[in-house]
Design a protein around this ligand. Structure first.
Ligand SMILES: Nc1nc2c(ncn2[C@@H]2O[C@H](COP(=O)(O)OP(=O)(O)OP(=O)(O)O)[C@@H](O)[C@H]2O)c(=O)[nH]1
Ligand SMILES: [Mg+2]
Length: 227
């Protein structure tokens, strides 16, 4: 299942200069962050589990008909290596939160990661969906038969996060590419929101400056002495 809470993004079939997106892959230990990243980057599945400390990759790709450069940081999930997580989140722009469908604890820990992102990015709930940090929630290992989290639970969590939800398998290469496509759409939606908000703030500041100038001219004229 791949669902998107975002409005449809249209590229109008144009191809423009490459745009870079800093992606951070988050999730508990062993959920498949490295396997998912490797499947996207190199079309290779990692069978043997080796805990990551941190790894980064770059990939030039075409998403929705537009060029982009994805700078992907595969982070650590193991408790002893997560010390740099705050820094990684602060430096990141868009986030994949991955849980393992066979591991209920990893699903529960996804909420803590969401909270951590919002704390560091200082998101205001009043900004609503348009102002929410770009995130895609991934339920990985959907090929496994011993699922411990239902699709509805995953979907419910994505609604809470106001983000797209993807059921995926890094092993079988199911919905891996789609997850990154949704992530770039979310990133573009958020960039547009930030641009529009900055333009609004600048316009209000200009208006306020003009109002003050007018007020000061009026009071100067009032204190003028005509001989
Ligand atoms: N069945 C199944 N196994 C998977 C899938 N993705 C990853 N795995 C396996 O899960 C184990 C852990 O995968 P990793 O990608 O190393 O997990 P990780 O999240 O990077 O772990 P840390 O680096 O310690 O945080 C490996 O043995 C993978 O082969 C999947 O989609 N299906
Ligand atoms: Mg890893």
């Amino acid at each position: 299942m791949v669902t998107s809470a975002s409005a449809t993004y249209s590229s109008f079939g144009r191809s423009v200069a490459a745009d870079e997106f800093k992606v951070v892959v988050l999730g508990s230990a062993g959920v498949g962050k490295s396997a998912f990243t490797s499947q996207f980057m190199k079309q290779q599945f990692i069978e043997v589990y080796e805990p990551t400390i941190e790894d980064s990759f770059k990939k030039f790709c075409m998403m929705d008909g537009e060029n982009c450069m994805l700078d992907v940081l595969d982070t650590a999930g193991k408790k002893e290596y997560v010390g740099l997580r705050d820094k990684h989140i602060a430096n990141g722009e868009v986030f994949l939160i991955i849980y393992d469908t066979t591991n209920r604890t990893s699903f529960e820990e996804a909420s803590a990661l969401y909270g951590q992102i919002n704390r560091i990015k200082q998101t205001r709930p009043s900004d609503g969906y348009l102002g929410s940090v770009p995130i895609v929630l991934i339920a990985n290992k959907c090929d496994a038969s011993d699922s411990a989290v239902t699709s509805d639970e995953g979907l419910g969590l994505a609604r809470e996060f106001q983000c797209p939800f993807v059921e995926a398998s890094a092993r079988l290469d199911v919905n891996v590419q789609d997850a990154f496509t949704l992530l770039v759409r979310e990133a573009k939606r958020y960039r547009k929101y930030v641009q529009e908000r900055s333009a609004r703030v600048a316009a209000e500041a200009t208006k306020e400056k003009e109002r003050r100038a007018l007020h000061s001219r009026a009071s100067n004229a009032g204190s003028c002495c005509v001989m």
